[in-house]
Design a protein around this ligand. Structure first.
Ligand code: DGI
Ligand code: FE
Ligand code: FE
Length: 198
């Protein structure tokens, strides 16, 4: 990625997002670079995935559905008409088609940043976590503990995030994507296996 591409991407994001979302985006980008430094991931990729993760957040649900259909995403029932779940899928397509990103690691980190999936890559984990802990976030419970954990044990931090997200969605009566539950179970299993082998 040349520096002029980076500048152009940031300028486009500023135009396509509301101000609050743009500031959040910058927060996720630099938090993702910090985590990349801590865990030995590629810093430039982490920054780019952080910058673009919510690139589709400020468009209408109808348009998100269209983008997903045109991008050959088969939407399941929970995803349909649910902007919280559609924006990450639509974001992947926009990143590819409008922001000219071809790197599969960056694209999958955008695609999976809301629900996660079993067997996440390091870059996916970093963007997922940065989204939750960036400095502009304030409302989530256990945020100080999760922020500290993110730099000690990334998998444990993600297990905490998914646990609290599932609890929050259940209390609110919001339909839960299978991927969120499957991801949570995957991290719980991995953490148990690691603890047993220690
Ligand atoms: O886009 P952001 O607000 O920065 O963050 P995000 O992409 O993680 O989206 C957060 C929202 O997505 C939050 O309100 C919780 C919701 N979410 C996460 N997992 C699920 C979900 N919503 C539904 N319906 N089902 C899920 O499994
Ligand atoms: Fe998002
Ligand atoms: Fe976000």
């Amino acid at each position: 990625m040349e520096s002029r591409d980076r500048t152009k991407i940031i300028r486009n994001l500023e135009q396509n997002l509301n101000y609050k979302r743009f500031i959040h985006t910058l927060g996720v980008a630099y938090t993702a670079t910090s985590l990349a430094m801590r865990y030995g991931a590629e810093v430039e990729k982490a920054e780019m995935a952080g910058l673009l993760h919510d690139c589709a957040k400020c468009i209408s649900t109808d348009k998100m559905m269209k983008i997903c259909r045109n991008g050959n995403f088969v939407l399941h029932e929970t995803e349909k008409n649910n902007p919280a779940l559609l924006h990450s899928k639509a974001g992947r397509i926009l990143a590819e088609q409008e922001y000219n990103v071809s790197d599969p690691d960056i694209l999958s980190a955008i695609e999976w940043h809301t629900t996660g999936h079993p067997g996440m890559t390091l870059l996916e984990k970093i963007v997922f976590t940065a989204d939750y802990i960036e400095p502009g976030r304030s409302s989530a419970k256990r945020l100080p503990q999760i922020r500290a954990m993110a730099f000690q044990d990334l998998d444990k931090a993600i297990e905490m995030i998914l646990h609290d997200t599932l609890e929050y969605l259940t209390a609110a009566g919001t339909p839960i994507d299978e991927a969120t539950r499957d991801t949570y179970n995957d991290f719980v299993r991995q953490i148990h296996e690691k603890e047993r082998s220690e």
